[in-house]
Design a binder for this molecule. Structure first.
Ligand code: PLP
Length: 389
């Protein structure tokens, strides 16, 4: 059975071109860029090239010292390094502002900071998952070391106005970090025209491998290193570089920069076709999130009276991979913190499914899924104790 992969916000296929570019760095060019010999030393040029490719996609400075692009092990490390690093440099400030719908890579750090005595403000979102910028502005004061708000939500795809937020934060004299793990490669961004101070991205969300990412740090931003050890990345991120990963991420950024507009239009058409057909053909279904201001690849749909996990299992039987908004923890089904923050009713939050597409999806796959969904939903409703028979 062919796999139909609609779970690209979880991870993506490594592009063939990316894998090809990485190959020599396993068994041939395996040197350590910190070595004195030519064999290792030549690898430093490859890191430089990748930094340029990433900088080109983000519209920032590719130079080396101090570099704005710092290679990390992924989105989680970049988020941790940004938050902890900025707070470590701003010793006299004790407040951090975030939103209730951030990824755990941000929320868990904030929770720990709270335990260490920091004031953490988690801003609410409205029913469509949007922030109230007036409320954000009200909260920023002289004690605020950092505002961290994601660029696009991983569950709903809702896009936050990060450029506007960055300007507002700058006006108030604080520092702004954005977790752009889901946005980079899916929507255009030009850091040279924005006031964003720090940004996290992750390779495996844009057709590069897992275990590599970037923390962008605007020149002049005060930050202390999070990973301590050797002098890699000019002392800003210790640890021997993941060369194949870095080379792959560079290539993935080059591909994204080349094709972002055309690809996203095509992906959006497919996503809309899938979404519209499901909403039309499955009664008591509804879209979660801001319909117009969303990533072009993401659709989060709730189905009343049935459980997301049951839908996923039935989709899986047909080879279709999606994901549910709920996390199954210790036997109890907890609805997603994102949907809860948006005030999605409990019954609908439990029955939510996220479809997330990529450049590799086809119309045939969309048509096949459109054909299967109504019978899956009807079958589960027949079995549901919540539906009057
Ligand atoms: N931030 C967001 C918004 C994400 O969606 C993810 C991954 O799902 C992460 C951070 C963590 O990234 P990584 O898997 O590279 O650690």
């Amino acid at each position: 059975m062919k796999t139909i992969y609609f779970d690209n916000n979880a991870t993506t296929k490594v592009a063939e071109e990316v894998a090809e570019e990485m190959k020599p760095f396993f068994c041939e060019l395996y040197g350590n860029p910190s070595s004195m010999h030519t064999f290792g030393g030549q690898i430093a040029a490859k890191i430089r090239k990748s930094r340029k490719q990433v900088a080109n996609l983000l519209g920032c400075d590719p130079s080396e010292d101090p570099a704005e692009i710092i290679f990390t092990s992924g989105g989680t490390e970049s988020d941790n390094a940004a938050i902890n690093g900025v707070l470590a440099a701003a010793v006299d400030k004790r407040k951090i502002i975030t939103s209730r719908v951030e990824h755990p890579a941000v929320l868990s750090v904030c929770k720990q900071l709270k335990e260490h005595g920091y004031t953490v403000i988690e801003l609410e979102v409205d029913k469509q998952g949007r922030l109230d910028l007036d409320k954000l502005e009200e909260q920023i004061d002289d004690d605020t070391a950092l505002v961290t708000i994601m660029h696009a939500n991983n569950e709903t795809g809702v896009i936050f106005p990060v450029e506007q937020i960055a300007e507002l934060v700058k006006g108030k004299g604080s520092v702004f970090h954005t977790d752009a793990v889901q946005a980079v490669g899916k929507i255009p961004l030009n850091l040279s025209k924005s006031n964003i101070d720090l940004l996290s991205l992750s390779g495996h969300k844009l057709h590069a491998p897992k275990g590599v990412g970037v923390l962008y740090v605007r020149k002049g931003t005060r930050i202390k290193p999070f990973m301590l050890g050797g002098h890699q990345e000019k002392g800003r991120r210790a640890g021997t570089e993941n060369i194949p990963g870095i080379v792959g991420l560079g290539k993935a950024c080059e591909l994204a920069a080349k094709n972002i507009k055309e690809e996203n239009e095509r992906v959006k058409k497919l996503r809309d076709k899938l979404e519209n057909a499901i909403l039309k053909n499955c009664p008591d279904s509804m879209l979660n999130g801001d319909k117009d201001n969303r990533l072009p690849n993401t659709s989060n749909i709730s189905f009343e009276y049935i459980e997301g996990e049951a839908i996923l299992l039935m989709l899986d039987k047909f080879g279709i991979c999606a994901s549910s908004g709920s996390a199954c923890t210790s036997g109890s089904l907890e609805p997603s913190h994102v949907l809860r923050a948006m005030g999605v009713p409990f019954t609908a939050a439990h029955g939510s499914i996220r479809f997330s597409l990529s450049r590799y999806n086809t119309e045939e796959e969309v048509n096949y899924t459109i054909e299967k969904m109504p019978s899956i939903v009807n079958r589960l409703r027949e079995l549901s104790p919540f539906v009057a028979k």
